[in-house]
Design a binder for this molecule. Structure first.
Ligand SMILES: [Zn+2]
Length: 174
């Protein structure tokens, strides 16, 4: 049997001292009672599809009103008009910059309670919505919430302004 304990031990035994021993996945930092459980969690891997600095927008089907906004409160170059929505005068697709990619551990446990999840959480920001001089920052996940797709040929100003937003973490879901 492979001994994973040196890789995953959180608290090491000190001779003569009763020490709590736990095992922690190095990706999601979930703690387990056994090294084998931690190793199994780690073996799920970590494969984000996007990286900080990418300019993205929610994936949508044509004529999908739910994914569009009828107004913006910030800068127009952070959105494109989506003409396929019927019965609406204007509909905007909001562009976002990926500001961070993390595991779910950084989120409010009440909003995302699954232990041991290796699903990448994408933190995104947009200057299409400005509130108290701050851009809107939200998070999403591909598997369980809104999927994101890269914007083809994003506006050069979005790339430039977006680079300055990299590093921000969201607390609210997109
Ligand atoms: Zn894990």
């Amino acid at each position: 049997m492979t001994d994973f304990s040196s890789d995953f031990t959180v608290y090491r035994n000190i001779p003569g001292v009763d020490t709590l021993v736990a095992y922690r996945c190095k990706t999601c930092e979930t703690k387990y009672d056994t090294a084998a459980e931690a190793a199994k969690c780690f073996a799920q891997g970590w494969e984000p599809q996007l990286e900080p600095g990418d300019i993205v927008m929610p994936k949508l089907e044509l004529d999908d009103r739910a994914a569009c906004y009828t107004w913006i409160s910030g800068y127009g170059h952070w959105a494109t008009e989506h003409t396929a929505v019927k019965g609406q005068k204007r509909a905007f697709m909001i562009h976002y910059v990926v500001t961070a990619v993390t595991t779910a551990k950084v989120l409010n446990p009440h909003s995302y309670p699954r232990r041991g999840s290796h699903e990448p959480i994408y933190h995104v920001a947009t200057r299409a919505f400005i509130h108290n001089h701050e851009p809107r920052v939200r998070w999403t996940s591909r598997e369980t919430h809104l999927e994101l797709v890269k914007v083809q040929a994003p506006h050069p100003l979005v790339v430039k302004e977006g680079a300055k937003l990299v590093g921000q973490h969201a607390t609210q879901i997109l």
